[in-house]
Structure formats: C-alpha cells, structure tokens
Write a protein that binds this ligand. Structure first.
Ligand SMILES: Nc1ncnc2c1ncn2[C@@H]1O[C@H](COP(=O)(O)OP(=O)(O)OP(=O)(O)O)[C@@H](O)[C@H]1O
Ligand SMILES: [Mg+2]
Length: 374
C-alpha cells in the first residue's frame, strides 16, 4: 500500500458471483441462485424494480452478508466468500450517505485511511487529493450537517475512493438528489470511474442512469437476472417482455401476417419497415394469416400527413414534455400506443393533436415476434 499520487487504483479486479442465493430467516428468498461476472475495470449497472434483490446482491459482494450454502464470491479467481468486508478492500457509497455527522469533511475522508494505518502526512496528502478531485476542497473543515445533499454525496464518494479500493459498490447514490444535480453528479461519477479504472457495480432503479453509466447493464427481477448486455442491447434487443417494458416504453400491436405486412385494426404495417435483422435469430418467418406481434419504441413512430401513414388511429391525449411531445393513440392495435415526436408542436393549440383528432403514423421499426413471445 503506498501513498503514490497516481490516480489509478490497483489493477482492476474481476468479480465472479457463482450460484448465489440468499434466503432470509423469515423465508424471503431475496436472491435466486444468481451467476454474474463483472469484468475487470468495467462499470456494471444493476437495474431493477424495488425489492428485486439489488441491495442484497451488493451486500453479498461487499461481504456485509453471506450467500446461502453453495454460493461463492470470487475476486480475481480467489474465493472470498468467507472473508469479512474489511478484508475485501471494497469501497461503498450508499443512498443515505452514511457519513459521520459529528466529524468534519476531511475527517470523514481520512477515516478509512486511518483504519488502514496510513501515516498522518500521507493521509493528509491523500485527503487533499480526494477533496480536490471531488471539488470540495474549500469545505474540508465543515461539519457534515452544514452541507447540502450534493456536497454530502461528494464527501461519501471521496471517502469511498480514498483508500483506493479494488472494487467500488454504489447503491443508488444519487436518489436523494434533485434531477439537475443528479445529472451533473452522474457525469462526474462517470468521469471518476473512468479515471480511476476501478471495477464498479452501480445499483439504480433509474433506467436512464443505468444506461448512461453502465458499460453493461444487468436487469434484475424477483431475485433473478433477466438480461445482461450493453445499454444498446438492453434497449433494442430486450431478452423478454419484462426487460422491454422496464427499460423504456414498448408499444405492441397484435395482428396477422398479410403478404409483406402485418394487418391490424389501424391498417397494415409493412414488414419492410421492420427489416430482417429484427427477426429473432434463427426464427422462421411464419406463414400468411399467422398471428404475430410487432413491437416498437415511442420514438420509432412518426406522425404522417393524411394518406401517408401506415396506420390510422385517434388521439386520446397529448402532453408537452419540453424536448418532445408524447401522444397517446387508440384504434391502431388492441391497446393504446404511445408515440413521441419532436418538441416544436404545442398540443394545447395544435388541433391535430387534440383528443379525438384522427392521426396517421408511420412505424419505422417493428421487430417481429410470434404472438405471445418476446
Ligand atoms: N434483512 C432482511 N430480512 C428479510 N427480508 C429482507 C431483508 N432484506 C431484504 N429483504 C427482502 O428481500 C427482497 C430484496 O430486497 P433488496 O433490499 O435486495 O431489494 P432492492 O432491489 O435493493 O430494492 P430497492 O430498490 O427498494 O432498494 C425484498 O423483498 C426485501 O423485503
Ligand atoms: Mg436497495
């Protein structure tokens, strides 16, 4: 362990979670035999709804809790399942800061270094370096309760990275902050993780955050992993219905195959729009009249001039969201569609977007899936 001023931490660590289940004494099975590899140096975003087991998994990796018998945690191939947290060299940042309120900012950041037995002058240098990195150097002598939420979160980050952990575990670190600050800190965390090169697991239930920060994203549900992939794969090639609906919004139209299109109540969506690459790998094209379901994201449909659309429906509501306008359309499929278009239309004054107005859509991308699948 040295106090060298270089920013990189240790050689990044590769983590393997093998067959890890966690059943609590009251019988709740929070994790269901999870297998997961975290590559050395990557930021893995762990995304899933409340209660799906994210924190439980994080605590197993940290060593704050232990898996049911049979589960193993490996750090660079070494079995650490029985090692307590203080021997795993991990840094953690929690949603609730978990700072020492009666200590100054500098003392909070120095705490882990002191525990490590680092000499006082080296400690001071490291604390200064961390506070500068997180741009809170002027706050060094402040008490924690005199800081804003964003400043506290910076202290928590500085404290976690000061001992140069081999692995950083972040559990919804930005949830307590307002949207603007969250965006700003998210960018900073991204830069920080890249500069440090540390392997990191970032837990969130915010899909935008997971996509922005994760080299790969793990989507969890009910104690299991539903999909692991790059943000692009998760969004555009969701492994199933749960992922498709949890990560963004997915429209579905049920219809029947008809020549080069899919016939639905609102018209015919040409399959050329879908493109063969959207077909599930290895799937054969079903025959005419076969029930199929097409899927598309809100931004994959455009409002067309009368007579120019693939399908025709009725506007049920529209909302101005600033950067875009969201339009709800019924009558095309069996369930209402959500379509989004650029923000230069005011739905309050534009009669074409008033409730009850007819609307035509061109659907630009429509992955074809046999009905009931995907
Ligand atoms: N100590 C415990 N004893 C019993 N059940 C627990 C315990 N800790 C968590 N659970 C249960 O395990 C499940 C997973 O909890 P966990 O905290 O991992 O969820 P999470 O994905 O982190 O959710 P959130 O997004 O709300 O933080 C939940 O059903 C929860 O109620
Ligand atoms: Mg949690």
């Amino acid at each position: 362990m040295g106090g060298q001023p270089e920013r990189r931490t240790q050689t990044p660590l590769a983590i393997r979670v093998e067959g890890c289940a966690r059943t609590f004494p009251d019988g709740v099975r929070a994790l269901d035999r999870v297998d997961l590899d975290i590559r050395a140096g990557e930021t893995l975003a762990l995304l899933g709804p409340s209660g799906c087991g994210k924190t439980t998994l994080l605590r197993l990796i940290a060593g704050l809790d232990h898996p049911d018998p049979g589960g193993r945690i490996l750090f660079d191939g070494e079995d650490v399942t029985a090692l307590p947290i203080e021997r795993r060299r991990v840094g953690m940042v929690f949603q609730s800061y978990a700072l020492f309120p009666n200590m100054s900012v500098a003392a909070n950041v120095a705490y882990g270094l002191k525990i490590q037995g680092m000499a006082p002058d080296m400690r001071r240098a490291r604390v200064t370096e961390m506070l500068e990195m997180m741009r809170i150097a002027p706050l060094a002598d402040r008490a924690i309760d005199q800081l804003s939420g964003g400043q506290r979160q910076r202290v928590a980050l500085a404290r976690a990275i000061a001992p140069r952990p081999r692995l950083l575990l972040l559990d919804e670190p930005l949830t307590a902050l307002d949207a603007k600050l969250r965006d700003a800190l998210r960018v900073e965390i991204d830069q920080l993780l890249r500069a440090l090169g540390t392997t990191a697991l970032y837990v969130t239930h915010d899909q935008a955050e997971a996509m922005a920060l994760g080299d790969r994203v793990v989507v969890m549900t009910h104690g299991r992993i539903a999909q692991i992939g790059t943000p692009y794969e998760i969004y555009h090639r969701p492994a199933g219905r749960f992922v498709a609906d949890f990560v963004g919004l997915m429209n579905r139209i049920r219809g029947t195959l008809s020549g080069d299109g899919v016939r639905c109540p609102g018209g015919i969506v040409p399959l050329a729009a879908a493109g063969p690459s959207h077909r599930p790998a290895g799937a054969r094209r079903p025959g005419d009249g076969a029930p199929v379901e097409i899927q598309f994201r809100p931004e994959d449909a455009v409002v067309a001039a009368p007579g120019q659309g693939h399908v025709r429906g009725t506007v049920t509501a529209s909302f101005f969201l600033g950067d875009r306008v969201r339009i709800l359309v019924e009558g095309v499929g069996t369930t209402p569609l959500t379509v989004e278009t650029g923000g230069r239309i005011d739905p309050l004054t534009d009669a074409t977007l008033a409730a009850g107005a007819p609307i035509e859509l061109r659907i630009q991308s429509a992955p074809l899936a046999p009905e009931g699948e995907a």
